[in-house]
Design a protein around this ligand. Sequence first.
Ligand SMILES: *Cc1c(COP(=O)(O)O)cnc(C)c1O
Length: 411
Amino acid sequence: MNPTPPQHAPMTQFAVVKNELCIGGIALSRLAQRLGSTPFYAYDRHLLSQRVAELRLAMPPALKIHYAMKANPMPALVQHMATLVDGFDLASAGEMQVALDTTMPAKQISMAGPGKRPEELRQAVAAGITVNAESFQELATLARVSAEIGLSAKVALRINPAFELKASGMKMGGGAKQFGIDEELIPDALKQLQALGLDFQGFHIYSGSQNLKAEAIIEAQQKSLLLCQQLAAHCPSPIHKVNIGGGYGIPYFPGETPLAIGQVGEALAATMDTFKAAQPDTEVVIELGRYLVGEAGIYVAKVLDKKVSRGQIYLMVDGGLHHHLAASGNFGQVIRKNYPVAIGTNMAGEELECVNIVGPLCTPLDSLADKMLLPKAEIGDLVVIFQSGAYGYTASPSKFLSQPDAMEALV
Ligand SMILES: *Cc1c(COP(=O)(O)O)cnc(C)c1O
């Protein structure tokens, strides 16, 4: 007997009414009519609010939750997030402009990332946001722009820790990295920061992304807070904030299960108690992107053509890797795996077909589903890619092959 192949985690966050998937209470075909064209991304406002509320219940009450904007910088979505989270973390001055258009105060915004341009640092200092400095050169530039514009830069040091976040989709700390200043150089960096007269805010440690293993996240959080505590003796002034990163993942592929968030929260409460005993006035922050927004979004494309090639069924749709690189398997995946996919206009169809769903680009890389068993679809049906609220549109090469842009809607 064959063991059952691994399945996608059930996508039950969206209602199904009369055979159609709904988002924000709107049937998919109605939303397509309202937007006027396909393909499009849609993000569910209520699901965003619900996710942050559930996360707050699971996490220690004193923990501050920031949104990492690069996951989804759509302005309307970022404004909605501004009403839910305690701060924003940015990775460019472009993102900063979107953040500052919202109601989020500048003092709750920070900017990280390697290779910040001097003009970007100047903009950040002028805005009064905190810069997470990632090199000695950045400290020097921050001092120069502070003097030029007559404002002392608020600076946190991003640490490249000696440890790594185990079992992560993407590692961003440990070993040799372009991110942050190596842990062993931090005492020197603190001396330089003080000598330059910069306004010390605290530390930032970001060790990885897309992690579904509670134990790995718990261990990294413990190590991060311990490291900050050990560095306190070297600091020129009290530590206002420590940002211990995030890396909370969501299930994308067959066999993956949701992160046990309750377990992470319980362990973090104990770790924070220990930390706060030594550092009672230091705020502890986590920064999350995909965990907050990824499951609230879908990508929708229309079936343009259907054909059979040597026994395999192909659905050609009007969207593809130029809008959704990650779902095509070309955004950091080693082996291509299917995202969870549905026929949004035939959710309950009982007749199933094994199909390949491909985009309009003239490359075999433009695949959205590879041999998936789905309800039978015809020309005009709407294909839905779930788990698309993060690293979707802005993480895709939308200019490739001069196809039309996708729409985006917050509903
Ligand atoms: C990308 C990034 C994040 C967000 O990662 P997610 O996996 O979306 O949670 C947070 N912080 C930093 C510094 C990042 O570079």
